[in-house]
Write a protein that binds this ligand. Structure first.
Ligand SMILES: NC(=O)C1=CN([C@@H]2O[C@H](COP(=O)(O)OP(=O)(O)OC[C@H]3O[C@@H](n4cnc5c(N)ncnc54)[C@H](OP(=O)(O)O)[C@@H]3O)[C@@H](O)[C@H]2O)C=CC1
Ligand SMILES: O=C(O)[C@@H]1CCC=N1
Length: 275
C-alpha cells in the first residue's frame, strides 16, 4: 500500500553506494516503478545507467516527491540541503546515515520537515537486513508506516521508542555484520592452525555461521538453549566454550567493549553533525 504512495508521489534516493543500491534493489523487487525514482549520485555505475533506460531519472532536478531517502556518508549529509526545497511538510525524509540526528537533519531540511532516522545493515542487499527506525515530532503515523514499508522491502524492521537508542542499535546491528564476518575469518583461521586447508576451513566457517544464524532465526528455542543443545557433558564444545565464555577475557567481555566503541562513535558522529 505505502509503496504505492512512493510510486504515485515519487521517490528520491540521495547516494547510491552500498546501502543505497541495496535499498533501491529491494524497492524495485517490491514493485516500485523505475519511472517513479530519481537517484542523485555523482558517479552512477552501469546498473543505474541500465535502469535509466527503464525510466529511472539520474541526477535530474526534483520538483516533488512523496519520499526522499538519504544514503550518503554522515560526513556528507549536508548534501541533503540540495533537497531543501522539498522540506517543510509534504515530503517525508528517511535517513540511514549513522549518527545524523533528527535535529541535525531537520536543521538541514527546514523546520517542520517530517524526518525518520533509521539504521539498516548490509544483509539488506539480499533482503535479510534489519532496520531500526524512529521519527521526529512532525511524522504522522502514515509517515512512519511509509518509512517502515520502504525499509521492510529489504528485511525486518523494529521501531525504537527514543532516538537515544539509535546509537546502541548502530553498535549492535548496523555494524554487527562486520563482527560476524570477522568471526567467520577468525574461525577459519583457527581451523587452519589446527591443520585444515584454507578453502575447507572457510567453507566450514561460512556454513556454520550461516546455518547457526538460520537456526537461531527459525527456532522457538533461545540462543542460550541452542548453545546448550550443541554442548555434550564433558565433550568438545564444553572444552571450547570454557575459553570463549571466560569471565575476564572471553567473548562477552570483548563484545561489550566492541559494541560500546561503535556506540560511542555513533554518538561522536552525532556531535559532529550538530557542530
Ligand atoms: N555500509 C553499511 O554497513 C551501513 C551504512 N549505513 C549508512 O549508509 C550511508 C551510506 O553508506 P554506504 O552506502 O556504506 O556508503 P557508500 O560510500 O557506499 O555510498 C555513498 C554514496 O553516496 C555518493 N555520494 C557522495 N557524495 C554525494 C552527494 N553529494 N550527493 C549524492 N550522492 C553522493 C557516493 O558516491 P562516490 O562514492 O562516488 O563518492 C556513494 O555512491 C552512511 O551514512 C552510513 O552511515 C547505515 C547502515 C549500514
Ligand atoms: O561503519 C559505519 O559507520 C556504518 C554505519 C553502520 C555500519 N556501517
Amino acid at each position: 500500500m505505502s509503496l504505492q504512495k512512493a510510486n504515485e508521489g515519487g521517490l528520491v534516493l540521495l547516494g547510491c553506494g552500498r546501502m543505497g543500491s541495496a535499498l533501491l534493489k529491494g524497492w524495485l523487487e517490491a514493485g516500485v516503478d523505475p519511472k517513479a525514482v530519481t537517484v542523485l549520485d555523482p558517479h552512477p555505475g552501469d546498473w543505474l545507467k541500465m535502469l535509466e533506460g527503464k525510466g529511472l531519472r539520474l541526477n535530474t532536478p526534483v520538483a516533488k516527491a512523496a519520499v526522499c531517502v538519504l544514503a550518503v556518508k554522515p560526513q556528507l549529509i549536508e548534501a541533503a540541503g540540495d533537497l531543501k526545497a522539498l522540506g517543510g511538510g509534504n515530503t517525508l525524509f528517511v535517513s540511514v546515515a549513522a549518527g545524523s540526528t533528527l535535529a541535525a537533519l531537520e536543521a538541514i531540511l527546514g523546520a517542520g520537515t517530517p524526518v525518520v532516522r533509521s539504521m539498516p545493515n548490509t544483509p539488506a542487499a539480499i533482503g535479510q537486513g534489519i532496520t531500526a527506525l524512529v521519527g521526529n515530532a512532525h511524522c504522522e503515523a502514515s509517515d512512519l508506516d511509509l518509512a517502515d514499508q520502504m525499509l521492510r522491502a529489504v528485511g525486518q524492521t523494529v521501531r525504537v521508542e527514543s532516538e537515544a537508542q539509535m546509537d546502541a542499535v548502530t553498535g549492535v546491528s548496523g555494524s554487527g555484520p562486520a563482527y560476524v564476518f570477522h568471526l567467520i575469518e577468525s574461525l577459519a583461521a583457527a581451523g587452519e592452525v589446527q591443520g585444515l586447508k584454507p578453502d575447507v576451513a572457510m567453507k566450514l566457517a561460512v556454513a556454520t555461521v550461516a546455518g547457526a544464524g538460520a537456526l537461531a532465526q527459525s527456532s522457538t528455542e533461545s540462543a542460550a538453549q541452542l548453545r546448550r543443545n550443541v554442548t555434550s557433558p564433558n565433550g568438545t564444545t564444553e572444552a571450547g566454550l570454557q575459553v570463549l565464555m571466560d569471565d575476564d577475557k572471553g567473548l562477552p567481555v570483548l563484545m561489550r567493549q566492541t559494541v560500546r566503541a561503535a556506540t560511542e562513535r555513533s554518538k561522536e558522529l552525532a556531535k559532529g553533525a550538530e557542530g
